[in-house]
Design a protein around this ligand. Structure first.
Ligand code: ATP
Ligand code: MG
Length: 560
């Protein structure tokens, strides 16, 4: 796995290869302005891969003072719906982008139909009655000539008649197609008379039952770009082999010619990125929905607590390249930490509590101690944290028999309670099964605020919560959804479902300080020493639910 840094290889004077092409086009006068589009098919929720395309298309438009359209590629009504359209709009806005026009390929169905007739009249398209399997078979292999079928020689008049009948619903679904008449011997299989229209009796979210013929991606996409006067049609590498066809249609129709440019897809380790597979996770009940915090969807990442800033920083670091690779998930977490470290308020919460009784602290006394909300921020404000005789600490912050380099609580050792006091551990209690159930300590009143009274040092500072004031909170502790880095590539007899991590979600009750008693959604916090957390929309007045976004440890910081 590599991280594709923004090195010289990809960027020249901070420009990526696409910007270099655009600069050249502007200089040579091929285009006067820059117009891009983000063209999702509304057949699912957007994922982090789409964020790359969004940042690129909207980012380039902004950089060149141009515009970017949001275009729904709604040409396959069997898989598309309004819920997806709405979620896509919400996600693009949440990332911080505003489109110029909201467009739909379906708005161009009439125009596309007229252009298809134009191609038929030029002798460049024909109705073919072959079943799909025969069409594929007759295309043979790139190294062998294809086999033209008898329909290829139909007269223009017959084609016009048959195509009209396709449109008026006289044929059954899948029984005929309209094909472009290009070259059955082309080494590029996409040029071997590709399909332009298929018959489908599906109700379309926008055009209803008006049409029973629907354009294919290849026929709709370039022409939609052209209608919108897009200058640069940015798409992922798999469309490189479609480019000759894209250009053929535009040339035959003699219409506005955008430039298609391909870039590498984003692949992220431990995730799958295809909407079809993500839908399988949702429909199979493996996750709670498209916005399950473990999903790589934008809505899942949002609910998990990722911020638009962290996602954009991630996309920026990954950069734009011509070569595909697998980006480490840890890079995304690193970007989140970079963002939240600067602005997330700190709070204390204990996930696996062990009671500490401070034997020399007055019974019933409570002190409200001042704590900085963010020590990383010189302007940070403060909050008050209650301190009392009984405190929860993490179980792991005590050891009966300390290992080497263990500096937290063990009998005889002194530790700082964050913002509070130095405490010396004096003893512990076990239950009948030998489990440690309580520990004891003595505080030094002179160390109030956690400051050393006489220059003596403690090697550990730990977080804590006053038992009496602790508020129970629900924490959802997430791990990666998959157990292997590349669940898209598994052995032949397995699927990605076989590699779901059974421990990807552990829900537990934790104890938080009173300042956490606020379930505004979403509120991001750093729970000291534990990680970054965000309130979940499942929170209510009874339980506040927090999602773990990422732990604090950053194994990535040194690598970039
Ligand atoms: P999926 O297989 O997830 O459905 P798709 O490519 O079919 O992906 P579209 O809705 O057609 O999804 O994609 C909209 C735009 O987003 C396209 O321009 C596509 O190239 C781009 N895109 C999709 N996935 C990625 C990715 N992983 N990295 C970068 N861009 C992507
Ligand atoms: Mg697609």
């Amino acid at each position: 796995m590599l991280v594709n840094k923004n090195t010289k290889e990809n960027r020249n004077e901070n420009k990526n290869f696409i910007e270099e092409i655009i600069d050249r086009h502007l200089l040579e006068g091929r285009f006067e302005t820059v117009k891009t589009r983000f063209p999702p098919e509304p057949n699912g929720y957007l994922h982090i891969g789409h964020a790359k395309s969004i940042c690129l298309n909207f980012g380039i438009a902004k950089k060149y003072n141009g515009t970017c359209n949001l275009r729904f590629d709604d040409t396959n009504p069997s898989k598309e719906n309004k819920e997806y359209i709405d979620s896509i709009k919400e996600d693009v806005k949440w990332l911080g982008f505003q489109w110029d026009k909201e467009c739909y390929a379906s708005d161009y169905f009439e125009q596309l139909y007229e252009w298809a007739i134009l191609l038929i009249k030029k002798g460049k398209a024909y109705v073919c009655d072959c079943p799909q399997e025969l069409i594929s078979k007759n295309r043979t292999k790139p190294t062998e000539p294809g086999i033209p079928c008898k329909h290829r020689d139909r007269s223009i008049d017959e084609n016009l008649l048959l195509f009209n009948k396709m449109k008026t619903g006289e044929y059954s679904a899948g029984s005929r197609v309209l094909r472009a008449k290009i070259d059955m011997n082309s080494p590029n299989m996409h040029m071997r008379d590709p399909i332009m229209y298929r018959i489908m009796y599906e109700n379309h979210p926008r055009t209803g039952d008006k049409w029973c013929i629907y354009p294919t991606y290849d026929w709709a996409h370039g022409q939609s770009d052209s209608i919108e006067k897009i200058t640069h049609s940015l798409c992922t590498l798999e469309f490189e082999v479609h480019r000759p066809l894209y250009e053929w249609f535009i040339k035959e129709l003699n219409i506005w010619a955008p430039q298609q440019i391909e870039f590498a897809r984003l692949n992220l380790s431990y995730t799958i990125m295809s909407k079809r597979k993500l839908l399988q996770l949702v429909e199979g009940g493996y996750v709670s929905g498209w916005d399950d915090p473990r999903m790589p969807t934008i809505s899942g990442l949002r609910r998990r607590g990722f911020t638009p800033e962290s996602i954009k920083m991630f996309i920026e670091i990954v950069g734009i390249a011509k070569r595909e690779n697998l980006i480490e998930y840890e890079l995304l977490e690193h970007c989140l930490r970079e963002d939240l470290n600067k602005r997330a308020p700190r709070r204390m919460a204990v996930i696996n509590p062990l009671k500490l009784v401070i034997t020399n602290y007055p019974e019933n006394q409570v002190e409200w101690l001042e704590a900085l909300n963010n020590p990383e921020d010189p302007m940070s404000d403060t909050r008050l944290v209650p301190f009392s005789k009984e405190i929860f600490i993490e179980h792991s912050d005590f050891m009966e028999n300390p290992t080497k380099k263990y500096h937290r609580f063990y009998v005889g050792n002194e530790v700082r309670l964050r913002w509070a006091y130095f405490i010396k551990c004096t003893g512990f209690k076990k239950d009948d099964n030998g489990n440690i159930v309580e520990i004891y300590g003595e505080y030094d009143p002179a160390s109030r605020g956690g400051n050393s009274p006489d220059g003596r040092k403690v090697k550990s500072t730990i977080h804590w919560v006053s038992v009496e004031h602790a508020i129970p909170i629900v924490v959802r502790l997430y791990e990666k959804l998959f157990t292997i880095p590349d669940p898209d590539n598994v052995e032949a007899d397995k699927t990605f479902i076989d590699y779901l991590n059974p421990n990807s979600l552990i829900t537990t009750t934790a104890y938080g300080e009173p300042a956490l008693n606020n379930y505004l959604t979403p509120a991001h916090y750093q729970f000291e020493r534990l990680g970054y957390f965000v309130t979940d929309p499942d929170s209510n007045t009874e339980h506040i639910v927090f999602n773990l976004i990422t732990k604090l440890k950053d194994s990535f910081a040194k690598k970039i």
